[in-house]
Design a protein around this ligand. Structure first.
Ligand SMILES: [Zn+2]
Length: 559
């Protein structure tokens, strides 16, 4: 498939949902007697997420990889038709789906943010006002995170509940939502590490009262500030990159231009937040996380104890880079080529630590759209949807129906609209009220369909693919009052760069690979979803995921 082409997969999705419903309906509550792990069962379950890894990257850029990614794609069980079936394809929703085997309507993480009608503002999915930061390296933590919004257990928590031997969970990520969605709600022997916005590495008192010494020593030995003044240069020879380095619609994120080299500096000449943001966008972010994962693997002797342990690593540089420069950029190719090398080191370390008694699942939380200006240059229909246009259209429609002046829109987020609390109730009681808002939303340039929350709630049995996908993303009290579905290649991001979040196939489709003990290598083309990963990993050790909507991918496992 060419980048920019955007077939929307519909028929297959409906079939897959039916299968999921059957699996969910038949799920049995496990008992301990059902869970004897085979003598050769893996001792370490590893999940690697490359944030924003679009499904076609392996075809486009795979010949640039020689190490870890190469090994996984060549020697793993590769599920070529893997896609999220739900509407709002964001980081928190995707990671929680991978972590729990369920979809947002069940696991609760509808998007990166929820509209809190009591606080009357957006709150991040991992926000917890009752939690306190536990920072590493002597820094001062400020942020409040926990897994309290998760409505079902993660596979690590489920494994711990069903195991007679202790399970240790280590979840490292830069984004709090990418660590906590694997660590879960917090229990002993769970290490969850993430970064706060100002560059502080931290955990939450939901997981630990004091900093873990193994993490603390690593953070002290690898200060982010030490990267100040380093330069991100191309890793591959110039001829290895596809497409142009300076293409239409690419971003120019300070302190960088649209082309290499990218210095990790700040306009103020000190390692302030501008530098931290540059560091987060650079491949140094991925490298730090892989090194931390290897450090904890060895320090905690993961996979070498009496039970089965869990290690999850989410690499974010691809997402940060893809947002700024788009999926055709040299920066995205460069981040992938470096991730290939780092993952090779991680796989070697895992192999050595566990004596090959491990299984790895690699996947992603969502894909990404081609930069719209590049689609237009190729003769396609594409563009940028304006949230201001959405606000204005809805405010005008509500003023006309209710006769009261606005603003009536509280928030436009994650392709949803939250009205000022109480407004939706009044509209429901007003003839034509809901219809008028839907019509206004559907009339905005680049929007294909608009739904009310009431329609979405009733949409489970609908034949409308947009309603069905939104039903899987809908969480009462967290989702908006109205939802919209962008046309293919129309994105909700101003000015430059790209984003994800829609039910278009370039956002829903991601790679998924199983690799390691008891995995049958090969290519598998049956429909699959990242929700299948957690049930598959637990199946390998004789445990189950009662709340999962995915299924164990038994066709790829040695019996
Ligand atoms: Zn993103």
């Amino acid at each position: 498939m060419l980048l920019g082409a955007a077939p929307v997969i519909v028929g297959r999705m409906v079939t897959r949902l039916t299968a999921f419903a059957l699996v969910t309906g038949l799920a049995l509550v496990p008992t301990r007697s059902q869970t004897p792990a085979a003598a050769d069962a893996p001792r370490l379950l590893v999940v690697i997420v490359l944030d924003q890894f679009r499904a076609d990257y392996s075809d486009l850029y795979g010949n640039q990889w020689t190490k870890g990614l190469r090994r996984l794609f060549d020697r793993g069980a590769v599920f070529t038709e893997t896609a999220f079936p739900y509407a709002a394809t964001y980081t928190c929703a995707g990671h929680a789906t991978i972590g729990t085997g369920a979809f947002p309507a069940v696991h609760g993480m509808s998007g990166n943010d929820f509209y809190d009608r009591t606080l009357r503002r957006l709150v991040p999915c991992a926000f917890d006002p009752a939690a306190t930061s536990v920072p590493f390296g002597g820094a001062r933590g400020r942020e409040r995170h926990s897994g309290r919004a998760l409505l079902v257990p993660t596979f690590g928590e489920e494994l711990r509940r069903q195991s007679e031997t202790p399970t240790r969970i280590v979840a490292v990520a830069q984004k709090p939502r990418s660590s906590i969605t694997f660590a879960g709600r917090g229990s002993p022997d769970t290490i969850a590490v993430f970064e706060e916005d100002d560059g502080t590495w931290a955990t939450s008192d939901a997981f630990a009262a004091t900093p873990w010494p193994e993490v603390d020593e690593f953070v002290r030995a690898n200060p982010m500030k030490a990267a100040y003044g380093t330069i991100w240069q191309p890793f591959l020879p110039p001829s290895a990159y596809r497409f142009a380095d300076d293409a239409a619609g690419e971003g120019r994120p300070a302190p960088w231009t649209r082309t290499f080299p990218h210095p990790l500096i700040s306009s103020k000449g000190v390692p302030d937040n501008e530098f931290v943001t540059a560091w987060e966008r650079s491949p140094w972010n991925d490298e730090f996380l892989v090194n931390l994962a290897i450090h904890l693997l060895r320090a905690k002797r993961l996979g070498a104890g009496t039970g089965t342990d869990v290690l999850t690593v989410s690499l974010p540089s691809l997402d940060h880079t893809g947002h700024e420069f788009g999926p055709r950029s040299h920066e995205v190719q460069d981040v992938l080529a470096r991730a290939d090398v780092h993952l090779g080191r991680l796989l070697d370390a895992i192999d050595q630590q566990t004596g090959s008694r491990f299984v790895v699942g690699l996947t992603s939380d969502h894909g990404v759209a081609t930069v719209p200006e590049q689609v237009v240059a190729d003769g396609g229909d594409a563009g940028r949807i304006s949230t201001t246009e959405i606000r204005n259209a809805i405010n005008t429609a509500i003023e006309r129906v209710l006769g009261t002046p606005g603003p009536h829109v509280a928030s436009v987020y994650d392709q949803q609209v939250a009205l000022v609390p109480g407004t939706a109730d009044v509209l429901r009681l007003t003839t034509g009220g809901i219809t008028a808002v839907k019509a206004a939303l559907a009339g905005v340039r680049g929007i294909a369909a608009a739904h009310s929350a009431d329609e979405v709630i009733a949409g489970a049995s609908s034949t409308n693919p947009s309603l069905r996908a939104w039903r899987l993303s809908y969480v009462p009290g967290r989702s908006g009052d109205f939802m919209f579905t962008p046309k293919p290649n129309w994105i909700v991001r101003a000015t430059s760069g790209s984003t994800h979040g829609t039910m278009n196939s370039y956002d829903q489709r991601v790679p998924m690979i199983l690799y390691g003990a008891r995995v049958k290598p090969g290519r598998y083309d049956m429909p699959a979803s990242p929700a299948d990963l957690a049930p598959t990993l637990l199946h390998l050790v004789g445990a189950t995921m009662p709340r999962a909507q995915g299924r164990p991918l038994v066709e790829a496992l040695v019996r």
